[in-house]
Write a protein that binds this ligand. Structure first.
Ligand code: NAD
Length: 260
């Protein structure tokens, strides 16, 4: 590039030349991940229910991961726009509170359609593109809830338990063709989702303070911190990682601390 040219300097991130799709990429952990991937040089497409208001540099496709046709069309359109798919971040997910007795079977099906079958749909649609990639990587957003036995979270926990076992089974199935599959298990992360839960409490500030105090490091995990874990696992820098379960949780899953 000549001095004084108005062309942008070429990106030199480790994702230069790679293409990524991020489900649930319009908010929270997914948006932080999409932005970080783009910062590091990836061509990124966000697949989400609503995709208005996203930064210009992110391609965007309105996709419902609970709908077969929507996923098939959205993944194909994203691959067409990006010129292939090297990286899939399966991040779209919804929460659910209650015991087995509290959630009826329709609610169980609704959450599994998104949190579990959404990953199956998107991965199935992306596999033909991943098989053509020299740097194929799938990263699933799991949760501490997969193994923690959190009260009042039976349905959500079971869905994330399925994400954990799916990650490891997929890693085994696709290692021979060079496709890595990993997941992150975030602790409670400061995203719009958690913000909405806090706002619905009688005293949101007190609720936030109590939630912070329950974390080993005294605060919520940030969306950027979870994104950094996802981006590491998506990156060629983690080329020897597959079936990895990466906690981003302030130590919650591995430390044995008394509550503060
Ligand atoms: P968020 O609500 O801020 O973002 C989730 C995004 O997923 C939204 O943009 C939403 O529109 C999208 N989405 C929901 N249903 C969808 C569907 N059917 N099709 C396409 N997109 C859909 O939430 P977040 O906190 O950023 O959560 C992201 C992921 O992280 C989820 O899988 C969640 O289970 C997981 N997680 C979150 C936390 C936390 O404390 N925030 C902790 C552990 C794991």
């Amino acid at each position: 590039m000549t001095m004084g040219s108005e062309q942008e300097a070429p990106s030199r991130g480790e994702f230069t030349g790679l293409s990524a799709i991020v489900t649930g990429g319009a908010s929270g952990i997914g948006l932080a991940t999409a932005n970080l991937l783009a910062d590091r040089g990836a061509a990124v497409a966000v697949l989400d229910l609503r995709v208005d208001g996203l930064p210009e540099r992110l391609a965007r496709f309105a996709v419902d991961v609970a709908d077969d046709d929507s996923v098939t069309a959205g993944v194909a359109a994203a691959a067409d726009r990006l010129g292939g798919i090297d990286i899939v971040v399966n991040n779209a997910g919804i929460g659910a509170q209650g015991t087995v007795a509290d959630n009826d079977l329709d609610e169980w099906r609704r959450v599994f359609e998104i949190n579990v079958f959404g990953i199956v749909r998107v991965t199935r649609a992306a596999l033909p593109y991943l098989r053509k990639s020299e740097a194929a990587s799938v990263v699933n957003t799991c949760s501490i809830a997969a193994t923690a036995g959190i009260p009042q979270r039976a349905l959500y926990s079971a869905s994330k338990g399925a994400v954990l076992s799916l990650t490891q089974a997929m890693a085994a199935d696709h290692i021979a063709e060079g496709i890595r599959v990993n997941c992150v298990t975030p602790g409670t992360a400061d995203t719009p989702w958690v913000g909405r839960l806090l706002d619905s409490a009688p005293d949101p500030a007190a609720e936030r303070a109590a939630l912070n105090a329950r974390q080993p490091h005294g605060r919520l995990v940030s969306a950027d911190e979870v994104a950094a874990g996802i981006v590491y696992l998506a990156s060629p820098l983690s080329g020897s990682n597959t079936a990895t379960v990466l906690p981003v949780d302030g130590g919650m899953q591995n430390l044995r601390l008394r509550p503060r």
